[in-house]
Write a protein that binds this ligand. Structure first.
Ligand code: ADP
Length: 426
């Protein structure tokens, strides 16, 4: 089955077409800066690759560009939308409604919309993309895969904040976590690489990219994770501050008169590696600057690694030890120096890196020394594959029921879809 995986960000739209039999990616691409004057689209397959500036006012526009690119590219394996067997949609927030992926129907859409207040920049465009796709591909199963669902197993002691309990009841304020699909993939793949059943292992999965989160995966279950009510919480990231003393927020608002929006922007876009170094959110640039003697870059590097080290320690305490630590994400997979910094000094805890293997940046596999009682691994993450697997599984289970494929109201998208339908020839 050919599965289309759609990942709508606040101003981006990523996609892949995956052959579920071979798990090969037939084509993939992304629309960036959707809604801005300099929007562009990148698309590639084995035989073709293209980057072009294309006006895209909104995510429906972007969906049109994506579907047209897939149909126009011979290498995509898709010449007619009917050849797509199922569609998987990444959804940033599923609140407490979803502890696993779900076949999309009106009820699911309604709940995703209810969660929009927790992810106002992400859930609404995802719903737009769902409506567009379900309008154009009404005969196949569409599946929603939630970033938050893997973490729904956390016990209340891990997900509650020590605020008045009524805030949880009235505003649903609690830890939800994020990157759940990635952590689920990393945990499964780590178990496979170790040749052990996942439900026998205590793992710490480290997704270190622009956004950073760690998860304590105890016998296959997310027990705790570092991101919180929003992806701003947890460890220091590229441009996000992570956990800080909450009094700093009110102090700065009083001192400088910042509005909630302004302080939010500062904490989300001007902090982290960028805020401390004053240089960049890109760890490669920070790394080069530290080598050149830049003091604030070195401080940013140290702070970032210490935050992750402390979280690993906390999760070891929480789970009563750890069998393996897995690194993923642009930093986790590619920065041998950062992995070394994070794990440096943890030898008394049975965590010993093999410095030679650790140099194999980007290569999946074990990088711990033979004496290490804790296995250390690089496990390149693959959220799209995880979404495709969930989608196929649910689509196949659904096919056995013999019921008609659920439909939703697509009229709001269709108002803008005359152009879309014509453009993709359906
Ligand atoms: P996102 O969270 O946006 O998906 P990625 O997982 O792609 O991000 O990670 C992007 C980050 O990975 C970059 O900002 C960069 O800091 C880091 N990175 C990529 N390659 C390297 C490398 N070789 N060394 C250090 N950091 C790297």
């Amino acid at each position: 089955m050919y599965v289309l995986v759609v990942n709508a960000g606040s101003s981006s739209l990523k996609y892949q077409v995956i052959d579920s039999q071979t798990e090969d990616v037939l084509c993939k691409g992304l629309c960036e800066r959707v809604g801005y004057s300099d929007a562009f689209h990148k698309h590639s397959s084995a035989s073709f690759s293209e980057t072009a500036e294309i006006p895209m006012e909104n995510h429906l526009d972007a969906m049109r560009v994506v579907l047209k690119a897939i149909l126009d590219d011979e290498g995509s394996g898709i010449s007619n939308l009917e050849e797509i067997g199922a569609v998987g949609h990444r959804i940033v927030h599923g609140g407490e409604y979803f502890d696993k992926s779900a076949i999309i129907d009106e009820d699911v859409i309604h709940k995703i919309e209810l969660c929009s207040e927790l992810a106002p920049l992400h859930n609404p465009p995802a719903v737009d993309c769902i409506r567009a796709c379900m309008s154009l591909m009404p005969n196949v199963v569409h599946v929603a895969c939630f970033d938050t669902s893997f973490h729904q197993t956390m016990p209340p002691r891990a997900y509650m904040y020590a605020l008045p309990y009524e805030f949880y009841e009235r505003f649903h304020i609690r830890k939800y976590g994020a990157h759940g699909t990635s952590h689920r993939y990393i945990a499964r793949r780590t178990a496979e690489l170790l040749g052990k059943p996942l439900d026998t292992l205590k793992l710490i999965t480290c997704h270190l990219g622009n956004g950073v989160s760690l998860t304590a995966v105890d016998h296959g279950i997310s027990m705790d994770t570092s991101m919180g009510f929003t992806p701003l919480g947890g460890v220091m990231m590229g441009t996000r501050c992570g956990d800080i003393d909450p009094a700093i927020v009110t102090y700065l608002m009083e001192q400088e008169g910042y509005t909630p929006h302004e302080i939010n922007e500062i904490m989300n876009r001007e902090s982290g590696l960028l805020g401390i170094s004053g240089l960049s959110n890109d760890l490669r640039e920070i790394n080069n600057a530290t080598i050149a003697g830049h003091k604030r870059a070195a401080l940013a590097y140290d702070m970032y690694s210490l935050d992750i080290k402390k979280t690993i320690g906390a999760y070891m305490a929480e789970m009563g030890g750890v069998d393996a630590i897995a690194f993923a994400g642009g930093v986790g997979e590619n920065s041998e120096r950062m992995r070394r910094m994070i794990l440096n000094g943890m030898e008394p805890l049975g965590i010993i890196l093999d410095y030679v293997k650790n140099k194999d940046d980007g290569k999946e596999g074990v990088i711990s020394d033979e004496r290490s009682t804790v296995q250390i691994l690089i496990v390149p993450t693959n959220e799209e594959l995880m979404i495709a697997r969930d989608t196929v599984q649910l689509a196949e289970e659904f096919a056995k029921t013999g019921e008609p494929v659920p439909t939703i109201d697509t009229s709001s998208a269709e108002a803008m879809m005359g152009v879309l339908s014509k453009a993709v020839g359906v």
